[in-house]
Design a protein. Sequence first.
Length: 562
Amino acid sequence: MSKTKILVIPVIIALFSSWLLPLNCQATDAFLFLNPSSGSYSLGESFTVSVYVNSTAQSMNAASGIISFPHDILEVTTLSKNGSIISIWVQEPSFSNGLGTVYFEGIILNPGFIGSGGKIITINFKVKEAGGASLTFSSGSILANDGQGTNILSSMTGANFNLGGDAIVPTAQAASTTISKALATPNVTSSTHPDQNKWYTNNNPTFEWSLPSEVTGVSILPSQKADANPGPVSDGLIQSVIYNNLKDGTWYFNIKFRSSAGWGPITHFRFQIDTQNPDSLEITEVKREDLTNPVAEFKIEASDKASGIDHYEIQIDESTIINWQDDGSQLYHSPILGPGEHQFTIKALDKAGNFLIKTASVNIEPLKSPMIIDFPRELLSNEKLIIKGSTYPNIQVTFWIQHKNYPPRTQIITSDVEGNFVLTYDKKLKSGKYRVWAIVTDGRGARSEATEKILINVKSAFLLNITTWPTDFIIILIILLIIIILLIIYLADNQRHLKYYRSCIINNKINKKCIERTKYFLQSDLEQKFGILNKASLNKPLTKKEIKNINELIKKYNGIKK
């Protein structure tokens, strides 16, 4: 059974002799009793009483109780857990001689305990005054190991003692309380403080619970004591309560039910309130011997007396807020920072979410910028960009190469042992203007400021070839002019020939003379074209296409001659 299912168990202490177990208890009962259950002790004498559990019918895994004793006659000197069947104590056994109470609450891990005479604790008493003393269980419970925390307590048996020889102990049997129908432990929930392990800023807690049909009274009490008893007076058949303006701290809402059989076990529901901001926040920068160190270090000290500091939120400049948890050293190390002044905003939050904010600043000195010694101001697009310079030895140099308004490209190189570096840009450059700049970064992440941007003009290799060869350019122009003239002549001749053909057709004079004349004109036209092409070939060799056209003209010429 888990810790969260443990319920508080009222106990009545009955004193028995250390060797005698009650003979009148049935083997199937689950009950609490004290051993010894009676005895006589002199004034000033010490004696011990042990609390036992009997659960022979079913395995149990939790027990708790409150034992009352006459504090004007007896006092508790010590409590002992030696030989206890309890594995884990929900709360350490405790006593109050002022109130005359002993409190215990613990659990037994699986498979639990089944049997008779399972010792829980031993109480050491000392006789203060003469008289008769009765020890009783004011509350108690025994929970079954059934996964549901069923209260299987059927009875609780106390004890009577004759102290100092002046009082006569009644001959009746030791006080015994029989529970005909054990009340369930109140199941408390809270809409304002649902998690018993968390802190809340709300100081107006609300609690709710359901009432079983057999309940005739409810007793409640908010207290900062974990084992507080709401008392024997009913607050009515209520099912919820709201408290207002409670002070900060850890509290317990204590509640128990009453039925015709008496008061049942107590539920102690913990709730925690913290309405105040942390008490203090101090930020001190740890001195850096090297001001170029890109990592800042701060000692952060914060305190909160109520719930305690939970974590910190840190923002550097306008970056994303990060959560930082102190490992106990109170030292915060920043991420790597660039050169310049940086603003730190530090928020200390307590466990309820209250916070305190302070700011601090730090200045990171830059490394020396690299020196660009040699670079081309103009470059052909088919040439490689080479830049030379100097900086620290064996340090990373990052270059940015930006064309017009496009995003810059980067290339990283490393300087040699003397600090010299050579950038050979490995990508093809387009024509246009380029801006180039660089920084250096050392092994710590410290950086320099960027160099001034140098300008490089990249020219197209093709266009530059044309402008550097004027002769070829003039030749091309001449050829173009010749071609234009030939076209004009060709079109003019064609127009003249077409005129003649049209005249022949119109006058219906298509005869041998007309044909011969047409052949003459065509031959003349072809011969004239041959002459022009022949002159053109003297200035520049003919292309394959031009030779092909000449061959076709020759074929046509030969066809006309025939």
